[in-house]
Design a binder for this molecule. Sequence first.
Ligand code: ADP
Length: 182
Amino acid sequence: MSGAIERIAVVTGDITRLAVDAIVNAANESLLGGGGVDGAIHRAAGPKLLDECREIGGCPTGEARITGGYELAARYVIHTVGPVWHGGTADESRLLGACYSDALRLAKQNAIETIAFPAISTGVYGYPIEAATVVAVRSVAAWLVANEAPRAVTFCCFSARDSAVYQRVLGAFNPRTRARVP
Ligand code: ADP
């Protein structure tokens, strides 16, 4: 497990600028674009991304779909639909964890070695950053323990404040016991 944590990095910045094999999009169920990171990815990738998304025809919450990256540095975009936060009693943590693992499943299937995630659901969808980060780290670490691919995962935060939360959660994550961060 400690090896898994070493394959995770945290950066602050715009995910559309990262030169990784795949970036993950926090999309909505229509896959037809939106605000936040979704809008930024579509703007940077160009209109062909929307054409390919239209052909897919949508994606349920907690699942992921893969497309090309077009004008992005990344070769692929993996679109996943995070849950809207309803206070924590609407299966949000399971659905958010499933977003990370389904995206990683697609990454492995497509021989993707390096992948970057935004903080899914923590913008317009309202998932509290601390709770979302625990789910993200736990889900990604569990995948990396069991799988050699992808080789490296980057959490790309849009603010230094969010990065600090990720750093703290990663640091407190106890690999041996899989203890939850307080
Ligand atoms: P959701 O609807 O899943 O909440 P948002 O796009 O509203 O999606 O927000 C998800 C996260 O992405 C938020 O933490 C937001 O600050 C962040 N974000 C917005 N734009 C970018 C970007 N260009 N690069 C990385 N993260 C971004």
